[in-house]
Structure formats: structure tokens, C-alpha cells
Design a protein around this ligand. Structure first.
Ligand SMILES: [Fe+2]
Length: 194
């Protein structure tokens, strides 16, 4: 669009009235990302379950623009690990992002290239600022309810999924006796430079 525009985001589903792309990520897109590989394999053998969806409003990839959209993480678990997004750094590392939680209950798991970490709880009304350089992943811990967030980030930021695919996040969100617990990822690989 080349003139100012608006769209609607409304309960209960928060599917935007306007968007450019609709991305669906299923279990098969998350090979190797869940801790319990046996549980993952059992689920994959039954179905390629839909884990999350992203509706994106694309803007030109320049610093003055803001790409934005809506992330919907469906409820579920793979073994004890809650449904989550792939997670990413931005390709232009020193760019930030802002999230506004509209629905559900979850956590944003974040970490810096130096291995610092932070986990922030998300519930309707939460506004979360992801600092420049920090990787981020949404995790839905809600029982039977979608986790819906609105996000916006600089137009030139891009995505780097490969670093997280290779190293994992330092912290995982697992079910422990019916409640979410933040635990160390035994497979986390610290960056060589830190
Ligand atoms: Fe991002």
C-alpha cells in the first residue's frame, strides 16, 4: 500500500481483516527443535499437527518501515514441552521488536548472543519489548486456548532461524506436574564467541 491504511483485530479469533501472507508452521517444520524426540516422532507418525500461524503485513525492507502482524500459537505439547514457535534472531542483529498479547497465556523466551537469557510471561494486555540483538520465541502454556500476539519490527530486520536451529535456546518451558516450569536446555550450545 502506498497510502496510510488501517485494519481490524477483533476478538475472539484476532484474525486481521487485512494481511499479505498467512504462514502455517506444522510439526514437520520443527524437526529437531523439541527436547523429546521420541514424543515428536510419535506425533509426526500420526499427523503433521499445525503448531502456529502468522499473518503478516509486509512493508518494504528498509529501516523506516515497520513490518507487523499477528502470531497465533495453538495449544498443545510435544512430550512435556509446550507448543512454541521456531524462534529467531533478526538477520540485522541489532534490531528490536515489540509484542502485544491479545489472548491466551504464554511466555516469551529470549536470549542474547552472549548467552544472557530472559523469560517474560504473556497474558492479555502484556506489552513486551524485545531488546536489539535478542532472539525470541513464543510458548503457549494455556490449556486449550490460542496464544495471540501482535508484533512489529523494523522493516529491514529480516529473520535468522538457522542459529537457533543449530544451538537451541538456553531455556525451555516444560510442564511439571501441570504447571509450566522454566528449565535449562541440556542440548543448548553456547556461541563460540561468547
Ligand atoms: Fe522477531
Amino acid at each position: 500500500m502506498t497510502i496510510p491504511f488501517s485494519f481490524r483485530l477483533e476478538a475472539p479469533d484476532f484474525i486481521p481483516s487485512y494481511y499479505d501472507t498467512h504462514i502455517k508452521r506444522t510439526l514437520s517444520a520443527m524437526q529437531g527443535q523439541f527436547l523429546d524426540q521420541n514424543a515428536y516422532d510419535r506425533m509426526r507418525a500420526e499427523d503433521d499437527t499445525l503448531l502456529y500461524e502468522v499473518y503478516e503485513i509486509h512493508r518494504p525492507e528498509v529501516p523506516g518501515e515497520l513490518s507487523h502482524g499477528i502470531s497465533i500459537v495453538h495449544p498443545g505439547r510435544v512430550g512435556a514441552e509446550y507448543a512454541m514457535t521456531k524462534g529467531h534472531f533478526h538477520r540485522v542483529l541489532d534490531t528490536s521488536e515489540i509484542y502485544h498479547c491479545l489472548k491466551g497465556h504464554g511466555f516469551m523466551v529470549m536470549e542474547s548472543p552472549e548467552g544472557e537469557w530472559a523469560v517474560e510471561e504473556l497474558s492479555p494486555g502484556t506489552v513486551l519489548y524485545v531488546l536489539p540483538c535478542w532472539a525470541h520465541r513464543s510458548v503457549n502454556v494455556g490449556a486449550g486456548e490460542d496464544l495471540v500476539t501482535f508484533f512489529a519490527y523494523p522493516g529491514h530486520a529480516g529473520h535468522d532461524y538457522g542459529t537457533i536451529e543449530a544451538r537451541g535456546f538456553r531455556k525451555l518451558v516444560l510442564d511439571r506436574n501441570g504447571a509450566p516450569a522454566i528449565v535449562d536446555n541440556p542440548r543448548w550450545v553456547k556461541a563460540a564467541s561468547s
